[in-house]
Write a protein that binds this ligand. Structure first.
Ligand code: HEC
Ligand code: HEC
Ligand code: HEC
Ligand code: HEC
Length: 435
């Protein structure tokens, strides 16, 4: 773990020296009167499209290619994240958080607002990760926290500044004291009265509350809200001459918000677009390497064997072989189906140690008696009978007394959801595995 960290840091260092030269060149040949805010965030643990279906959007790798391409034509760009990179407090969430930070270093983020989900990891963990992160993390209204600050950057003609505050809505449960967003913003504005400041707000909460804040503080010209939308909003919200938008979940799009200097030298909103990260964007070698390193961490720590967060069940899992003797016909149908080969798909994609995939591509992974790695539970490396009918030990011991679950369509949909199986149609799919 340590040695790996060192190599990554060196890589980052070399690359950022290279990059600072590029930005210097851009700055000296500056002609554009346009500035762009590029917005991402709300990954919620989604590092890459899983590949279960074609046409999936997003992934850190494509994002990197998009950014490299975009920055060529748009020197005045500020790249920011609204956070919520992960959504939990397991070991895997922590590894993921670190992985996304590394990828964001590679992409040269300017700043990130910490979301409620990030804060699950706790201040100690977040602080520990701080030094490996090349950009500041903000939680501007969390009192006495290391993140109670704003972000400030010189802009265009050197006299201008963009200042960003990131606040979390009221009544957020946390061990630290939280300042009311209004009070926090008031204090920041009081302490920074210089002219030519362009204020931007990252808000973790409801859009309607963000709108009220912008009404109360019209000096905020741009607000970006993190409130778990599935799809990007069609239009921006206008409040006076300020605008607001919200970031969709899953890292599938990059938001481009364009502001322009008008004749009286004020920055005014021009337009906004959400670019879908589809197959058009190539994989980035650097990010692919970071993702492979992450998979190695999962493998080295054997997260496929860990019991963290697993449930207990009355009966225990046995594997499909245990059903063969009494249900031969059903067994044959199953054996010929893709369910029987679901684990091979993970091996092919080098993801067979990733709990995120194992929940649907193995037997009973959510339970203590379910899949625990191929060395211990080879017979569970499949979507088996018990993935649909439930754990079988009691039924096998007394078939007539203990009956098995007869699954309905909604059981299928726990795995065949719109993201992983967009063309799922029960009648058609059941036909393929009828037994
Ligand atoms: C929520 C459940 C779920 C999760 C999580 C999931 N999968 Fe899948 N996966 C499916 C389903 C369902 C299918 C079949 C989709 C279809 O054909 O309609 C599938 C199909 C696939 C296929 C296609 C196999 C083929 O030959 O066409 C691959 C590859 C795959 N998944 C890899 C992964 C990887 C890698 C992960 C983890 C990053 C993952 N899956 C996580 C449910 C899931
Ligand atoms: C535990 C998760 C899970 C459940 C529950 C589940 N499936 Fe699947 N299903 C998968 C996975 C994963 C695949 C892809 C296997 C592969 O090729 O890697 C798949 C593939 C399939 C396929 C093959 C698709 C094709 O295009 O050939 C069919 C058909 C199917 N499932 C039907 C069903 C039906 C019907 C149900 C409910 C009765 C169901 N599945 C329940 C995980 C599940
Ligand atoms: C993808 C999900 C899925 C898998 C995998 C699966 N089944 Fe089923 N099974 C079903 C569904 C759905 C039914 C239909 C239930 C009904 O008729 O209400 C069913 C029906 C059955 C029935 C008949 C129940 C009845 O009274 O009609 C038996 C027996 C059975 N399955 C055994 C098995 C065995 C054994 C395996 C593994 C070799 C298996 N199933 C794998 C979903 C699955
Ligand atoms: C020792 C023989 C035996 C084994 C092993 C066995 N079953 Fe059964 N199973 C039966 C019998 C007998 C019935 C019919 C029970 C009845 O009609 O009351 C049955 C019924 C079922 C049914 C229909 C619903 C119900 O319970 O009435 C399902 C589904 C099923 N079995 C699934 C499985 C699965 C999955 C396995 C493997 C984990 C399995 N069985 C293992 C003998 C067995």
């Amino acid at each position: 773990m340590d040695s790996c960290y060192v190599t990554t840091c060196t890589k980052i260092l070399v690359f950022s020296i290279f990059f600072s030269q590029i930005s210097f060149l851009f700055a000296s040949s500056q002609t554009s009167k346009e500035i762009v805010f590029l917005v991402t965030g709300e990954e919620k643990g989604r590092l890459e499209p899983c590949g279960c279906a074609s046409g999936q959007l997003g992934g850190l790798s494509r994002r990197h290619s998009f950014l490299e391409n975009f920055l060529k034509d748009h020197p005045h760009t500020l790249l920011l994240s609204t956070g919520n990179l992960t959504q939990g407090l397991t070991r895997q969430d922590r590894l993921k958080f670190q992985t996304i930070l590394q990828a964001m270093n590679e992409m040269h983020y300017d700043v990130m607002g910490l979301g409620k989900e990030d804060l699950f990891l706790g201040f100690d963990d977040l602080q520990e990760m701080g030094p490996s992160c090349d950009f500041p993390m903000l939680a501007s209204n969390l009192k006495n926290s290391p993140f109670e600050k704003l972000y400030s950057k010189k802009w265009m003609d050197e006299k201008r500044r963009v200042q960003i505050v990131s606040v979390i809505e009221k009544n957020f449960e946390n061990t630290v004291q939280q300042i009311d967003p209004r009070k926090a913003l008031y204090q920041f504005f009081q302490n920074h009265l210089a002219p030519n400041i362009f204020w931007m707000l990252i808000y973790h909460g409801q859009m309607k509350d963000a709108v009220e804040l912008v009404k109360a503080f019209p000096q905020i010209k741009l607000g970006v809200v993190a409130n778990a939308l599935d799809e990007p909003p069609r239009e921006v919200v206008h409040v006076g001459d300020s605008i607001l938008t919200s970031v969709p979940v899953g890292g599938k799009y990059v938001g481009e918000i364009y502001f322009e200097l008008n004749e009286s030298n004020n920055l005014v909103f021009d337009r906004m677009a959400w670019t879908p990260l589809d197959e058009k964007w190539e994989m980035s070698e650097k990010i692919q390497q970071i993702l492979e390193d992450y998979q190695s961490f999962l493998q080295n720590e054997r997260l496929d064997q860990k019991m963290e967060g697993r449930l207990t069940s009355k009966a225990s899992f046995l594997g499909s072989q245990a059903c063969k003797g009494c249900h031969l016909e059903a067994f044959k149908v199953w054996q010929g189906s893709r369910h029987a080969k679901a684990f091979q798909s993970l091996i092919k994609k080098k993801r067979s140690f990733d709990p995120d995939c194992l929940v649907c591509h193995s037997i009973g992974f959510k339970y203590k008696s379910g899949f625990q790695g191929v060395d211990k539970t080879l017979g569970f490396a499949q979507v088996g009978c018990e993935s649909c009918h439930g754990a079988g030990s009691m039924h096998v011991a007394s078939p007539t007394l203990c009956s098995m679950e007869k699954p309905l369509e909604n059981k299928c949909q726990t795995c065949h959801d719109p993201e992983n199986s967009p063309h799922f149609d029960f009648a058609k799919y059941w036909e393929k595995i009828r037994h």
